[in-house]
Design a protein around this ligand. Structure first.
Ligand code: FAD
Ligand code: NAP
Length: 337
């Protein structure tokens, strides 16, 4: 039997209990293509699983579920001050970031400690502390699930946006991402303007700023603010930060003078969804084994015995109350399965 019925509890960071009726893992491309062909023969739709840190399981998975275990990292061409690197999609994102730092490369340090795999990183153009992967992305290699053919996507093909790409929207579910390439700096070029990075580096007694020092500071900030999925089940930020027009923003500030915001461009601003949710009284909320994290209202949590349906229902209640108070409709960032 190629596919096995498997509990997904250990395969999702919410720690939710759901079954995958037809589950298999692959650790090379040929194996992946064989599994895709077997699924096609049974006329079964396919889903790909990485680290399970951006999914909410609300029911058993009826699709063929293929876990990506492709491994490998390599230095490719040197292009002046830039170094092309490649990582297989099943590598842990954070291990890959640390490996790039070990090679003396800069660029991905602000994205330290983001859970999940390299292959999922382009799906929502992962971002944190003022950097997104699109800033250093070169290309990726993917297999078309319906044909089994291999394609290369260059940066301009990926339609990257704020926590978005062609793989999350227009062509969602069509490809298995197998390898991702990045162009990284060999000479110092840092981004320390976001939040408390500079302060934390100073507190850590660092004299000379380096990619490694930034990575350490970000790891410390994240560990102090975000719940560790190994302790409390969660999938990071459950909602995206909404972008609204400057006119809407100016009107809202009249009503809510404390509302924080960040300029996106001349026409729009980003409002922290966590602040909106907190203002609606949800921070620290808990019921039916699920809730809203006590330090970061953007993170929904499973205290252990919660159900995916209850997390989903909570997210719907939060969306409704933010809409009622601020007339802003929050969009879920986490993929609902
Ligand atoms: P999964 O959850 O396994 O999959 C997510 C989606 O991608 C699914 O639709 C899946 O089908 C698809 N997919 C996965 N791998 C592939 C592949 N190889 N080919 C095709 N499709 C694939 N995100 C941020 O952007 N910034 C953050 O700072 C951040 N912090 C987080 C902190 C915590 C504590 C947690 C739990 C999550 C955080 N996230 C963050 C969200 C999450 O880590 C990222 O979205 C991550 O990229 C998901 O990777 P994954 O391998 O776990 O993907
Ligand atoms: P934070 O620093 O408390 O800030 C709250 C929100 O305000 C962030 O979401 C951020 O938007 C925005 N913000 C703050 N300072 C900003 C600046 N100088 N310029 C532009 N926007 C700014 O947020 P946090 O929860 O501790 O997270 C820190 C970083 O890690 C953020 O970038 C966040 O996106 C990322 N993160 C993401 C996830 C996820 O699952 N997606 C989970 C945890 C952390 P942005 O989100 O657009 O940066």
């Amino acid at each position: 039997m190629m596919f096995k019925s498997t509990s997904l509890q250990q395969y999702n960071t919410f720690g939710l209990n759901a079954m995958a009726k037809k589950f298999a893992a692959f650790n090379n491309i040929e194996e992946c293509k064989l599994l895709l062909a077997a699924a096609a023969q049974q006329q079964m739709p396919v889903r790909i699983l990485g680290g399970g840190s951006n999914i909410l399981l609300t029911q058993d998975v009826e699709h063929v579920l293929l876990k990506n275990d492709l491994l490998g990292m390599a230095l490719l061409d040197r292009l002046g001050d830039l170094q092309l690197v490649s990582a297989a999609a099943g590598e842990s994102w954070h291990s890959f970031v640390l490996w790039t730092l070990d090679q003396g490369l800069q660029g991905l340090e602000n994205l330290s400690l983001i859970p999940g795999t390299v292959g999922a990183a382009p799906i929502q153009n992962i971002g944190a502390y003022g950097v997104e992967i699109k800033d250093y992305f070169h290309s990726l290699v993917a297999i078309d699930i319906s044909s089994g053919h291999q394609h290369t996507f260059l940066k301009q093909d990926c339609e990257f946006g704020y926590r978005e790409s062609i793989f999350k929207k227009k062509r969602a579910g069509e490809f298995v991402i197998c390898e991702v390439r990045f162009l990284l700096n060999t000479i110092p070029k840092y981004n320390t303007s976001y939040g408390a990075i500079g302060e934390v580096i100073a507190q850590q007694g660092v004299q000379d700023i380096s990619a490694r020092a930034i990575s350490k500071a970000i790891i410390a900030i994240r560990q102090s603010k975000l719940p560790d999925p190994a302790v409390i089940g969660n999938a990071g930020s459950f909602f995206k930060n909404p972008e609204i027009s400057t006119e809407r923003h100016d009107a809202l500030v009249q009503l809510h003078p404390q509302m924080p915001s960040y300029k996106v461009n001349d026409n729009s601003v980003k409002v922290p969804a966590g602040w909106l949710i907190e203002q609606c009284g949800w921070k620290g909320y808990s019921a039916n084994g699920v809730g809203v994290h006590k330090l970061q209202a953007l993170v929904l949590v499973n205290y252990g015995q919660g159900k995916g349906q209850d997390v989903y229902k909570l997210s719907a209640d939060i969306i409704a109350s933010v809409q009622e108070k601020f007339d802003i409709v929050l969009e879920r960032e986490v993929n609902i399965w």
